[in-house]
Design a binder for this molecule. Sequence first.
Ligand code: HEM
Length: 530
Amino acid sequence: MTEDRKERQRDQYRAPDPAEGPLTTDQGVAVDHTDDSLTVGERGPTLMEDFHFREKITHFDHERIPERVVHARGAGAYGYFEPYESCAEFTRAAFLQDPSVRTPVFVRFSTVQGPRGSADTVRDVRGFATKFYTSEGNYDLVGNNMPVFFIQDGIKFPDFVHALKPEPHNDIPTGASAHDTLWDFVSLQPETMHMMMWLMSDRAIPRSFRMMQGFGVHTFRFVDAQGRGTFVKFHWKPKLGVHSLVWDEAQEAAGRDPDFNRRDLWQAIEAGQYPEYELGVQLIPEEDEFNFDFDLLDATKIIPEEQVPVRPIGHMVLNRNPDNFFAETEQVAFHTANVVPGIDFTNDPLLQARNFSYLDTQLIRLGGPNFSQLPVNQPVTPARTNHRDGYHQTMIHKGTNYSPNSLGGGCPALAGADGYAFSHYAERVEGHKIRKRSESFKDFYSQAALFWNSMSDWEKRHIVDAFRFELGKVEAVHVRERTVEQLARVDYGLASQVAQGIGVAMPEPGANTHKPQASPALSLENLQGD
Ligand code: HEM
């Protein structure tokens, strides 16, 4: 028998073996003929009483569910996570205590913009979402392959995604970042600049899901057994190294094999070449919260590894493909608010919005409040709740279902103070109710410039080419110009290269533009230097 608790749980949900009996209806009645409808005579009308026909067609008619509003296209795999050593010094999370304990996981990789049927190798962010089925309940680390995000506050997410998605009148383009509404939005919302640098880099066209980093993006909080908090950023590092396609390869792959990344993951696992990732953390003592020249709560910023090194704490191996794409990869529901004792949130306004959004969207995507009963979403620990009824209820609950309760017979007791229950980190907060972002979030360009300056010459060339290609498709000239103005605040040389490629004039250099930096591989001859 497998030692993997999730595997044992899945075994209970497998459909009956088709080899072990005849075809039946949903009611278990054996069927002897499924190719012809019940008709009056050989050429007459179909009869209403043909329940097999009606059931078959009705079920088919209802086979589709809404796709995810973002990250619709994905590929998933099961595996396990093992810590290298106990992390008790920082967190009491049970799955991070004992190197001999393997925690089952399910990971879903995804693209963000395109619909479920779009191509894999488009220029886009990739989702990297991990569900840890821990002994204390499910923990979801819902990350991306880039360490920052487009916006600082989740209230902008609908605006951003509306701009990113195909344009409303013609539903074009799918799976690409080359269109007016996206660049209109980003050039008006300069907090996007750092992420746009990543998006125009080769990171946005990964060679394989096996060769991709993952990041939790936000600053989260570890909490130890004494209730002491430590800020934490999560990093996944692939054992195979980080590799990207070049743009021509990405475009060719999209044509020749739109499933390029999904097929690669599936085949590698089938062949026993199990993808492996190391989990690392950047740890920041709470007393250091304000020791950075950016805000730790700002998801458009990285913490440079020179300042806070990444400490490896464990590794994950993906060793089993799902048995059924729909049941598992499509129905899996990740949620940033799925945390376990020892892992908690910060006040990052993007994270706070996500903590609302995922459950809300899954209520409609997965048809009601009982989707945590689906096999892929079920924790391996028993879920004892007072929740009842609703669409797709599959549990047969007995007894009462309210609390407080002196009659018993069903209502679970509350966990005692034995250290196993989740209790929210008792952070002290006070202030006025306002809609105003902190001044500490207002530097939009320094880290975009840091990113650009850290690139090698050929990486810079790829970034310039990407800006030229994507922005070159934008029809509104003022949007092109405004984007170049924003880029000039990141780096004048970069902006100038882009401007030349898309036929717009450079803004006059001024206080807001960054001076050109000498770079032998980029021709700076035609720059209007200051
Ligand atoms: C889906 C990551 C920001 C709303 C996803 C998925 C990932 C992800 C990996 C796909 C999960 C899967 O494979 O099923 C991120 C990251 C973000 C971010 C790393 C920023 C750091 C946001 C924000 C919102 C949001 C700000 C809204 C306020 C959604 C929604 C889905 C989704 C609605 C679809 C979920 C579903 O239908 O199951 N996100 N996201 N995301 N995200 Fe985010």
